[in-house]
Design a protein around this ligand. Structure first.
Ligand code: COS
Length: 386
């Protein structure tokens, strides 16, 4: 029996508990038959299913603004999907991150044009921030958006863009030059079939998902694609990441919970030294460490999500702590799970082998662990100054 006692913690309301139980049953029934050999087709199928059964509506507010993003819901959905399938979590998460700048900063027309589509699964979304030389150093972005007549012309390249190649819309961050560095960036909504946008390279990674390098060559977009004001791009990117970084921690937590489930089953069944693995104190020590790290990660994630949902303007520190701790802890938990599984732990296709590959990128994307430390330290130092 899975331990769901965390749903009783005071961070959650009845609607969260009901949703987590409903989604768990849905994931058990709807994710087992997806063929992962073609990740593009698998992601399209996942987005369509998640849209059809109304899960994607949680990734963005509705277009008239009468609902808003509930970070606790996002966290519980990602945690639950990640327990069943890394790719299902990815498909859900990218709808949120890709549409995030529109949800948070789009005007009424932009929200009307895109959010019903990303919420229903009719359009696949992507967040195009990273470049080869500015993954962590966002203020150093070199893709340009030059004002031209009644629109802008984008030139440059974006790298490591999730959903690159299958997305119907990309939120693209480019230098518009209002000021040097972070204050001279802007965000644009670029349709996947916009002339001048092409896929320069598809990138293969250890936990395969659609990923690409994008090229913008004389890519003309209308002025109505600009999100917020010119020069707002850096803040739009950071505020979006403040919401979604907590949910990266939640995905890591889902992976860690699955590793724990697998480990408990294995340790109880596997016979060794005249008893089960679970009888061995050294194995019990590992299980205790895993349980401790899972609960500590959960507390940090739910604290960050709850704080944002209660209306905090900035949760940079809380979100960075949640992402940093949960992803690093999940890596340790999963590594221990592999160890306890012995040879089976590294057998291709075994659940813990897949988790071992799935977790790694989470310590890198949406702000690498060292960047989260920087964000936390800056927040601590600036509050100490006051
Ligand atoms: N929300 C709103 N505004 C923010 C913000 C946030 N979370 N974080 C920073 N800002 C504002 C700052 O207040 C500052 O505003 P002023 O110029 O008005 O003072 C401005 O943005 C610049 O901030 P800062 O000086 O902190 O920028 P840095 O260039 O030093 O960059 C880091 C800070 C390194 C923390 C940032 O670039 C970062 O998070 N990098 C990682 C990016 C990332 O996650 N990449 C992965 C891509 S997504 S897969």
């Amino acid at each position: 029996m899975r331990d769901t006692s965390f749903l009783g913690w005071p961070f959650f309301e009845e609607r969260h508990r009901a949703l987590a139980e409903r989604l768990d049953a849905w994931a058990g029934a709807n994710l087992g038959d997806i063929d992962h050999r073609d990740v593009d087709a698998a992601c399209r199928t996942l987005v369509a299913r998640l849209g059809k059964d109304d899960w994607l509506k949680h990734t963005a507010p509705n277009e008239d603004g009468s609902t808003r993003i509930d970070v606790r819901t996002l966290a519980l959905v990602r945690e639950t999907l990640a327990r069943y399938s890394g790719l299902a979590d990815f498909a859900f998460a990218m709808q949120g991150l890709g549409a995030g700048p529109i949800s948070l900063f789009g005007n009424a027309a932009q929200r009307r044009a895109w959010l019903p589509k990303t919420r229903s699964g009719a359009a696949i979304a992507a967040f195009a921030l990273t470049e080869a030389a500015s993954g962590s150093d966002v203020a150093n972005i070199t893709t340009t958006a030059r004002r031209d007549g009644d629109g802008y012309v984008l030139d440059g390249e974006k790298c490591w863009i999730s959903n690159g190649g299958i997305a119907d819309l990309y939120v693209v961050f480019a230098r518009t030059g209002e000021a040097p560095g972070a204050r001279g960036l802007s965000a644009f909504i670029v349709a996947g079939d916009n002339p001048g946008l092409s896929i320069a390279e598809r990138i293969d990674v250890i936990a395969p998902h659609p990923l690409a390098r994008l090229k913008f060559d004389n890519c003309r977009v209308g002025a109505d694609t600009l999100l917020g004001k010119g020069g707002d791009g850096f803040k739009i990117a950071m505020a979006t990441l403040d919401v979604f970084r907590t949910t990266v921690g939640a995905a890591a937590l889902g992976f860690a919970r699955r590793a724990m489930q697998e480990t408990v089953a294995r340790a109880s069944q596997r016979q060794m030294f005249g008893g089960s693995l679970a009888d061995l104190q050294m194995v019990q020590g590992h299980i205790a460490d895993m349980a401790l790290e899972i609960d500590a990660a959960a507390l940090l994630i739910y604290r960050a999500a709850w704080t944002k949902d209660m209306g905090a303007a900035r949760v940079s520190r809380e979100a960075a702590m949640a992402k940093l701790y949960a992803t690093e802890a999940a890596q340790r938990v999963i590594d221990t799970a592999v160890q306890i599984h012995g040879g089976d732990g590294v057998r291709s296709g075994h659940p813990v082998e897949m988790l071992y590959r799935d977790i790694r990128a989470l310590r890198i994307y949406e702000g690498a662990s060292d960047i989260q430390k920087l964000v936390i330290a800056r927040a601590v130092l600036s509050s100490a100054e006051r």
